[in-house]
Write a new protein. Structure first.
Length: 300
């Protein structure tokens, strides 16, 4: 007589993804969730909100929290708000993924490392492994990292590698408590379609303006209507100066049209629905250093 094996117990927990700007946190989040929910660009500090991504694998539900990169350089109200978001996220989680570029560790990385709570298991994610030419050079670096913090695991990897992502699930799983899932099995994020629309427009804005556009710009959704398989969206790009407005609109309005077109195509692919998108550019002087404006634009 063979004994019946009981099913594995459900596990569920919160996992923060932290690191300095531009180490690949949002790319890692999207790979873990299996769908784009966190925007990416080469502009530092692209992520500005606590974004929750959900992935259920077998009996375990992983609830990942992508945080803004901790900002040291600017003291504006926007940056203080983003840093508060990082710190509050760390207090709630069951485990932390500390993301650095493989083989590199600078002052900004050290400042984020100092924020890690000592009572939470921290896993070192040595990301962008595919960019490391001499893998043997990583061994002394990994030893130095162990001396900096008592990491529970070291994971050299690339967020673009499906095999590495699957391996990471197995590593993180054992740090999550046995408890019922927080969300439905097929849930991907707790963020609304309205929020995702604003984020994707902002991504295209940053990607198509490059370093020309100063950091202080944001996107506000003025109207979001669903009519069957059609989404009607009206959004405002908010900047601090008239000169910034001109950068975004471009000659003959071409750049603004391209921002809108690329955002619309991606939203249609995301929702499998038709999207009608209108974009406007508005000047709000000093918005990034005004607490009331930040709250009205959705910053926590």
């Amino acid at each position: 007589m063979s004994e019946e094996t009981s099913p594995a117990p459900q596990r569920c927990g919160l996992v923060a993804i932290v690191g300095r700007p531009n180490v690949g946190k949002s790319t890692l989040m999207n790979a873990l969730v299996g769908q784009k929910i966190s925007i990416t660009s080469n502009k530092a500090q692209t992520t500005r909100h606590r974004i929750t991504g959900i992935r259920t694998v077998g009996p375990t539900q992983f609830v990942f929290v992508d945080t803004p990169g901790f900002q040291m350089k600017h003291a504006a109200a926007l940056n203080r708000t983003l840093n508060r978001t990082v710190l509050s996220s760390l207090g709630d989680v069951d485990a932390v993924l500390f993301v650095v570029e493989a083989g590199r560790f600078g002052l900004d990385d050290a400042k984020v490392l100092a924020l890690l709570p000592p009572d939470k298991p921290a896993i070192l994610i040595a990301n962008k492994l595919d960019a490391v030419r001499r893998r043997n050079d990583l061994l002394p670096w990994l030893k130095q990292m162990q001396e900096r913090h008592p990491f529970t695991e070291f994971v050299p990897m690339s967020a673009h590698s499906a095999a590495d992502i699957q391996r990471l699930f197995g590593i993180v799983e054992k740090h999550l408590p046995e408890q019922p899932w927080f969300y439905e099995e097929d849930a991907l994020t707790d963020r609304s379609d309205r929020f995702l629309a604003s984020e994707i427009i902002r991504e295209k804005l940053f990607r198509l303006t490059g370093d020309e556009l100063p950091y202080a710009s944001t996107v506000v959704i003025d109207k979001f209507e669903e009519e069957g398989n059609l989404r009607r969206i009206s959004a405002s790009i908010v900047v601090e100066r008239d000169a910034h407005k001109g950068m975004i609109i471009g000659e003959g309005g071409e750049r603004l049209k391209r921002i809108g077109s690329e955002a619309r195509v991606e939203l249609e692919r995301l929702w499998e629905a038709k999207v009608f998108l209108e974009l406007w550019v508005k000047v709000r002087s000093g918005w990034a250093d005004n607490e009331a404006h930040l709250r009205s634009y959705g910053y926590e």
